[in-house]
Design a protein around this ligand. Structure first.
Ligand code: TPP
Ligand code: SF4
Ligand code: MG
Length: 315
């Protein structure tokens, strides 16, 4: 992560104070080279590399300006994401990326906030935040890089690990019923719910773009293999490993909640694509409306006069 250095601020000539900045059409779009960190510290072959590469592709394709790129994460291997994007970003507290991102989203309507993280970060310690951010429909895109394991802490059972998975916390094999991220997201109130896998780059990019264009809380479960602690977990979804990558059928009605549940209930490898996509007013818009109405009432008053009025009312 870095703040914008003076050299990055687009300006004509060297005098930043007297020369007007370039207009959007005069500026050169940001390139991957400018925002990619030197060496992501993931293990060679980790699925997270491909998600990062596609995020860069998205930034280039959608011509996002440097100062508009906002990448937020919690803690985990996948959550190291913002370190590798040389733009505004936060590597926040474990499981707390969404509350932080909510604040950014609600206060900066000019940004589209991207949050990246793992299955543990999203559904264990961050489980409650996931549910509440989804139901509030706060505008952002949340990509959960699901590897069915805690990678950073070296192989503990995660909430998405399948029964029987042997880990440091379940040496005889996991016994708990795993979370189904897609069902969880739909039930919590997410208004855009999609599923993809790191082994299909075009599809990941397609899902990220659709999520970014959604006005609300958009959630993507992206299978992302941990080659160190759960190798081969997703082979059954990878045609190159003899598996099957099947798209959501064209006739699927993504506004039909029950149809979305049905897709989410299919056994692995299931389907890939947009399961659920509806329009519901965002918290961003509802709060902006309240603020606009309140401001209309106090039109013409200085901030101190508004404060005085409030104090007077309390007397
Ligand atoms: C409050 C707190 N509790 C526990 C930890 C230890 N911890 C760090 S990452 C992690 C889980 C990471 O798993 P996941 O979110 O699936 O990410 P991955 O590493 O698999 O990408 C845990 C338990 C922590 N850093 N902070
Ligand atoms: S431990 Fe697993 S998730 Fe973490 S960087 Fe290595 S391969 Fe990726
Ligand atoms: Mg994980």
């Amino acid at each position: 992560m870095s703040s914008i250095a003076i050299k990055d601020v687009p300006a004509r000539g060297g005098n930043l104070t007297s020369v007007p900045p370039l207009t959007d059409s005069e500026r050169k779009p940001v390139t991957k080279k400018e925002i990619a960190a030197d060496h992501p510290t993931w293990c060679p072959g980790c699925g997270d590399f491909s998600v990062l590469a596609l995020y860069f592709k998205l930034i280039e394709k959608r011509k996002l300006w440097h100062e508009k790129i906002t990448t937020i994460a919690g803690i985990g291997c996948s959550s190291r994401f913002p370190y590798f994007v040389q733009a505004h970003g936060v590597h926040y507290i474990h499981g707390r990326a969404l509350p932080f991102a909510s604040g950014v989203s609600l206060s900066r309507p000019d940004l589209h906030v991207f949050v990246f993280g793992g299955d543990g970060d999203a559904f264990s310690i961050g489980g409650n935040h996931f549910n509440h951010t989804a139901r509030k429909n706060i505008k952002m895109t949340y990509v959960v890089m699901d590897n069915w394991v805690y990678g950073l802490t070296k192989k503990q059972t995660s909430p998405t690990s399948p029964p029987g998975f042997k880990s440091k916390t379940d040496t005889w094999g996991a016994v708990d019923q795993p979370i189904n991220p897609m069902k969880q997201a739909i039930a919590a109130g997410a208004t855009f719910v999609a599923r993809t896998t790191h082994t299909n780059p075009n599809h990941v990019l397609q899902m990220m773009e659709a999520a970014m264009d959604h006005d609300g809380f958009s959630f993507i479960e992206c299978l992302s293999e941990c080659v160190e602690f759960y190798p081969g977990a997703f082979d059954a979804s990878n045609p190159r490993k003899g598996g099957a990558f099947n798209l959501v059928p064209e006739n699927h009605d993504a506004t039909d909640e029950m149809a979305a549940y049905k897709l989410a209930d299919e056994p692995f490898p299931g389907k890939f694509g947009v399961f659920y996509n509806i329009n519901r007013p965002t918290k961003n818009r509802l709060e902006a409306d309240i603020n606009a109405k309140a401001q209309e009432k106090v039109k013409g008053l200085q901030p101190w006069q508004i404060l005085q009025q409030n104090f007077d009312r309390m007397k």
